[in-house]
Design a protein around this ligand. Structure first.
Ligand code: ADP
Ligand code: MG
Length: 556
């Protein structure tokens, strides 16, 4: 039985295992480290996850869902075929696939996972993530903040060198910035900030808009499929600019060719708002931790979007520090989650490492000030070290008060309404007059950043809630019902291994061949992969047989 680490990303996910030699990156059934966080149904109603589902985003938008992590812990439902699914349920399907692939790859049963979540995930999102794992049939006792995971990966490679670090994690849909102190193998996260609506996606959108503009194309005149093609090409162009000075984007729509030539300077210009937004959380963590950029040992860049050279240049411009990009931005967080699973298993190699995490936002309840205005009363301050617990007392606001309602909020604004409302907790009490003590509120944040609230009245009677919004934490009965629904889904498995084998075989023959023969094989392989991604079962079966015969003929 093993514990794996999982980076459950908005765009891509990755699993790792900690063993005697360190962290091992798990390869999925197609042999890749990253599994796109995309879930869909094929034409036969089987579940497909990862690369193949991603391929079908354009061709089968009604049967494929991506970026569902953005709505984790909310009521948002996604339509997939005849049914609808929450982000949690889709994450559970994705986790099931990741774990199944890891089991095949490692040849070992997996019963537990340490899952990374954005530092800015609130309580609901964290609970939803843990329950997604349970729905997928794996235990998840520990969540780790993604920047903490990145820092673990970086520090383990750099021999836990003492110092203060900034980790900038720039992914597909979120930006997380954190300050980490590492002294004598004790890692402490001292500040975090972020923007959970900023990522690589925003560059794709900027390029997409600019492409339409410079080609005089009106979005409304395009079909959903045409838009999706332009969007996908926008991302390809962005990625090309990470390694090339210039990229040409060409899209054919209704037999007419449209194109756009971009370089990084132009990209900075058209996406300047995206770049500017990167600075806000950087400024915030520095302010919160009372540090200047020159106090930092290093700025560590992780996440797919940090592969853009323009991002590193921008960060250097605003901080004066040249960021470090020498750990693989794609796998750093997964590796950190794996190291944390090693710490959790009390692995000998890691026995000296201690990691502490913080609560990324303030928590409190609404109260009345002297002017009778409703204001926030903060109970846990942002950046408090986890686990933490704090208590405040409250007084009656009118005579003969027999009940008190505390509205719980998360956020930094003094005006409760500007913060995120988490729910209300009420308690009855003996009649109390204005200004007299009425109740205490204790808030306890556990190691995973999950909140427990206790309200105690004058008579020492207590009302406790793990989560104020009962819709979020599913009851056992609800869990069973959802599990049943998910268990009914058939995972497309039967042909996968065979396909995998054909692909690896083709790749090998390609390696062995040259020039014209090689081109012919490359084209045949692309066509084969396309049918495997998009065809129906009959087409797939036929193509597999034909491709096997073709390979037999080439493989002399
Ligand atoms: P997440 O943490 O959201 O799952 P990742 O860290 O995997 O995401 O980052 C995904 C984002 O990184 C996508 O927007 C993708 O376009 C972008 N990306 C991946 N590789 C590159 C590259 N070489 N250059 C620029 N952007 C890239
Ligand atoms: Mg990520």
């Amino acid at each position: 039985m093993a514990i794996i680490g999982i980076d459950l990303g908005t765009t891509n996910s990755l699993a790792t295992l900690f063993n005697e030699v360190g962290v091992k990156i798990v390869r999925n059934a197609l042999g890749n480290a990253l599994t796109p966080s995309v879930v869909g149904l094929d034409d036969d109603g089987n579940v497909i996850v990862g690369e193949i589902a991603k391929e079908r985003l354009i061709t089968h938008p009604d049967m494929t869902v991506a970026e569902f992590k953005r709505t984790m812990g909310t009521d948002r439902k996604y339509k997939l075929g005849k049914d609808t699914y929450s982000s949690q349920q889709l994450s559970s399907i994705l986790l099931k696939k990741i774990v199944a692939d890891a089991k095949d790859y490692l040849g070992e049963e997996i019963d537990e996972a340490v899952i990374s979540v954005p530092a800015y995930f609130d309580d609901k999102m964290r609970i939803a993530t843990k329950q997604a794992a349970e729905l997928a049939g794996i235990k998840c006792e520990r969540l780790i903040n993604e920047p903490s995971a990145a820092a673990l990966a970086y520090l383990s490679r750099n021999h836990w060198k003492d110092g203060t670090y900034m980790v900038v994690d720039f992914g597909g849909g979120t930006l997380d910035v954190s300050i980490i102190d590492s002294f004598d193998s004790v890692m402490e996260i001292i500040a975090v900030a972020g923007n959970n609506q900023l990522g690589g996606k925003d560059f794709n959108e900027a390029i997409y808009r600019y492409f339409l503009l410079s080609n005089n194309l009106l979005e409304d005149s395009l079909t959903a499929e045409e838009r999706a093609i332009i969007y996908r090409m926008s991302e390809t162009t962005k990625i090309a600019l990470s390694t090339n000075p210039i990229a040409v984007m060409t899209v054919v729509i209704r037999d007419q060719e449209y194109s756009l030539t971009l370089d990084n300077n132009k990209l900075i210009e058209i996406a300047h708002e995206v770049f500017e937004k990167i600075f806000t959380p950087i400024k915030k963590v520095l302010k919160d931790s009372r540090l200047r950029p020159e106090d930092l040992e290093s700025i560590v860049l992780v996440g797919g979007s940090s592969k853009m050279p323009t991002v590193a240049v921008y960060i250097e411009k605003v901080t004066g520090v040249k960021p470090c990009t020498d750990i693989d931005p794609d796998t750093a967080i997964g590796i950190g989650a794996g190291i944390y699973s090693g710490i959790k298993m009390k692995n000998q190699q890691l026995k000296d490492i201690v990691m502490t995490d913080i609560c990324p936002f303030s928590l409190g309840v609404d109260t009345h000030d002297y002017n009778n205005d409703v204001i926030m009363s903060f109970i846990i301050e942002r950046n408090s070290m986890l686990p933490c617990s704090n208590m405040r007392s409250y007084y009656a606001i009118h005579d003969n008060q027999t009940v008190v309602d505390f509205k719980v909020y998360q956020g930094e604004s003094i005006i409760p309404e500007n913060n995120i409302y988490l729910g209300t907790i009420s308690i009855g009490c003996p009649p109390t007059n204005k200004g007299e003590f009425i109740a205490t509120v204790r808030m306890t944040y556990d190691i995973n950043g999950i909140l427990l609230i206790d309200v105690t009245n004058v008579n020492n009677e207590t009302v406790s809630k793990t989560l104020i919004d009962n819709n979020v934490r599913l009851s056992e009965k609800e869990m069973e019902a959802i599990k049943k629904k998910l268990d009914k889904l058939r995972f497309e498995k039967d042909t996968n291994d065979e396909v995998k084998l054909l692909i690896s075989r083709a790749e090998r023959i390609i390696e062995e061949s040259v020039s014209f023969e090689r081109e012919r094989l490359i084209n045949a392989l692309s066509a084969f992969k396309l049918t495997m991604a998009k065809g129906n079962s009959i087409e797939k079966r036929r193509t597999m047989e034909a491709f096997a015969r073709f390979l037999d003929a080439c493989d002399l």
